[in-house]
Design a binder for this molecule. Structure first.
Ligand SMILES: *[C@@H]1O[C@H](CO)[C@@H](O)[C@H](O)[C@H]1NC(C)=O
Ligand SMILES: *[C@@H]1O[C@H](CO)[C@@H](O)[C@H](O)[C@H]1NC(C)=O
Length: 191
């Protein structure tokens, strides 16, 4: 018993204090840490709700086409396949663009489906509201924009959202030739 305790103690000292790698060599590249030391508390589930405004023409343009897909004659042009947009879209508390700004969605979306309206979304959601100011959530997902509700993964985050995982749910609120207003519900696990 005493032998087992001391073996464990030696193991603990080697790995946690002296920073010796598993093969026994000293290691300054990686180190095992305890989450408490970094101030991480219990993991929690947050729900965020906001409206996303994507405007491609008219006033307050927030998305520009940076790559044009093949011409109208192409067999894949109907779905817009190949077009890529760069966005800096406002996120507001309510559906009205004049309601409180809570963040911005910055990044790209690309027409990634040959046969239907299917977007590849690569966006960072940078929040500005209250304690979330400066924290971000990253989206990488598939957006079948004509579907009622689309689900896209949260692939990570920064600030309050370190170690984030979760999902975005997007639902089109209003849509015309200039602007799409999309209601977002985000469910995210973080510390
Ligand atoms: C453009 O943005 C400003 C400031 O957010 C807003 O007051 C105005 O109503 C917007 N215009 C349109 C056409 O959405
Ligand atoms: C968010 O943080 C920036 C930079 O620290 C600061 O300039 C800005 O006023 C803050 N905004 C809000 C709404 O707190």
């Amino acid at each position: 018993m005493a032998g087992a305790v001391s073996r464990f103690t030696i193991f603990y000292i080697l790995f946690f204090y002296l920073n010796i790698a598993a093969d026994g060599t000293p290691n300054s590249f990686s180190k095992v840490q305890t989450p408490a030391k970094f101030g991480f508390k219990k993991e929690k589930l947050s729900h965020l709700h906001f409206y996303f405004h994507d405007t491609i023409s008219g006033h307050n343009i927030s998305s520009i086409r940076i790559i044009s897909g093949p011409s109208k004659k192409s067999s894949v042009s109907k779905s817009g396949f190949g077009n890529v947009y760069m966005s800096d879209d406002p996120l507001t508390e309510g559906p009205d663009i004049r309601s409180k700004l809570v963040g911005r969605a910055q990044g790209m979306y690309a027409y990634a489906s040959q046969n239907e309206l299917g977007l590849l979304m690569v966006l960072n959601f940078a929040f500005m509201e209250g304690k979330y100011n400066g924290s971000t959530l990253s989206m990488l997902g598939r957006n079948m924009a004509l579907s009622e509700v689309r689900e896209m993964p949260v692939v990570g985050g920064s600030g309050l959202f370190r170690f984030a995982r979760g999902y975005f749910q997007a639902k089109t609120h209003t849509f015309n030739r200039e602007t799409a207003v999309v209601e977002y519900n985000v469910y995210v696990l973080h510390y």
